[in-house]
Design a protein around this ligand. Structure first.
Ligand code: SAH
Length: 409
């Protein structure tokens, strides 16, 4: 598509933000934003943003996501948004991941992380020679030709796949294959020496969340030996695999989705872990809490990594509202001096707020705690300092202290 140019003024009250590198364009910041209302402007249109007097601030593209209506691409007035522009951005991102490309123990990581690498709405992941591009709006998708061409020029690949993460009525053929040879799924990737099955043909989630890489390694190396570990919202059991590899006495993985059973078994088998010491429970976590209560079950360590929003038959869970209650329930089933690995990935909850939630949960759970370590995003998930929401991941390793003089039994 040929990209049109539209000049728009930013409201005085939002000016400082955009002058200070803020990358996300939202509707309220734009003067005369009714232009977006009648669908006359196509997604992918380039927007020249100026102050009220017409002085250039930034070039952005128009693309609707739940977060906003577009992303800033450049702050240099003369910079053209052309093939060379995308090539430079991709090249610079890839260069920053050279260490990961050369790491023989890890073959899956993020190559391009949206606004953290200078282009919001676009992510590219690497899975053992195969690239997966995620397009988060029609707007960024309209630049596909240049972006894919640049990627092909910079890297060697076995295949390049895409996922369209916005509403559309296009038919995706060959599971989204756009270059190279079709892959027979699963792709088997390695992460710090452990193996995982990855599928691009089973919805938006591919089997492993790459942003938890360092948390998984920490669990394996420093926290698992000899322990009885519960993994809640376990999905394909990636945390359980690392726990088992770290010498856990046993693990229990709980997830509501039927597919989690097979997929967790598959990952255990890939790592030659004996399934006998590891249970996989397909059930609602909230029901499982009741079960533990009835049976008096307690664990040395509990990993708690819920989605930011989930609906099940019995509950609607929103991390924003329900995290403290969920954590309080988890405290109940953790032994004295046990560990909870509490993870939260809502971009609207920052680290401070998350720590407050932890405090609140321990108040509810009538226990004391000590935060042993906190992890945030690994380096390949680059963030944008001017846009703190991009730094969404917070994982706290918390020691649970139940017996103490200051707490009533
Ligand atoms: N911890 C996982 C990722 C979790 S993804 C990992 O490290 O890979 C979120 C998972 O929560 C999904 O697999 C979904 O099926 C599950 N889920 C959502 N609501 C649930 C509920 N009420 N009980 C159990 N599992 C739930």
């Amino acid at each position: 598509m040929k990209h049109k140019f539209l000049e728009l003024k930013i409201h005085q009250r939002h000016l400082d933000k955009y002058k200070n590198q803020y990358p996300l364009l939202f509707k309220e910041a734009v003067m005369g934003n009714h232009v977006f209302e009648d669908n006359s402007i196509q997604e992918g249109t380039l927007l020249k943003l100026t102050d009220e007097r017409g002085h250039f601030i930034a070039t952005a593209y128009y693309g609707i996501q739940n977060k906003g209506i577009g992303w800033v691409l450049s702050r240099i007035e003369k910079e053209k948004i052309d093939a060379l522009y995308f090539k430079k951005k991709l090249y610079s991102a890839i260069e920053k991941r050279i260490k990961l490309y050369n790491n023989p123990k890890t073959s899956a990581f993020r190559v391009f992380n949206g606004e953290g690498d200078g282009i919001g709405g676009l992510t590219i992941d690497f899975f053992d020679g195969i690239y997966l591009i995620n397009w988060y709006s029609q707007g960024i998708f309209s630049f596909k030709d240049n972006i894919v061409k640049s990627l092909k020029e910079i890297v060697e690949y076995d295949a390049i796949y895409e996922k369209l993460r916005f509403d559309h009525d296009l038919i995706e053929e060959n599971d989204g294959l756009i270059a190279g040879k079709p892959v027979t799924f699963p792709i088997i990737i390695k992460e710090n020496g452990e193996r995982f099955a990855v599928y691009f043909n089973d919805g938006a989630m591919v089997g492993i969340f790459l942003d938890q890489r360092e948390v998984r390694r920490t669990i394996r190396n420093n926290y698992s030996k000899g322990k009885n570990i519960l993994n809640l919202f376990s999905y394909t059991g990636a945390f359980s695999v690392f726990a088992a590899k770290g010498g856990a006495r046993n693990t229990t993985s709980v997830d509501l989705a039927n597919r989690s059973l097979e997929r967790t078994q598959e990952n255990f088998r890939l790592n030659n872990i004996n399934l006998e010491d590891h249970s996989i429970v397909v059930e609602d976590v909230f029901k499982y809490f009741n079960y533990c209560d009835k049976k008096g079950l307690k664990f040395d360590m509990v990993i708690l990594d819920p989605p930011s929003f989930a609906k099940s038959k019995n509950f609607v869970f929103s991390a924003e509202k329900d995290y403290p209650t969920l954590l309080a329930e988890t405290i109940k089933i953790t032994v004295n001096n046990g560990i909870i690995v509490a993870s939260n990935n809502s971009s609207t909850i920052d680290l401070e707020k998350f720590k407050q939630m932890i405090g609140k949960a321990f108040n509810m759970g009538k226990a004391r705690f000590e935060i042993l370590e906190i992890h945030q995003l690994p380096k390949d998930f680059r963030t944008n300092h001017a846009y703190p929401e991009s730094n969404y991941l917070k994982v706290a390793f918390i020691k649970v202290i139940k017996k103490s003089k200051t707490v009533n039994p």
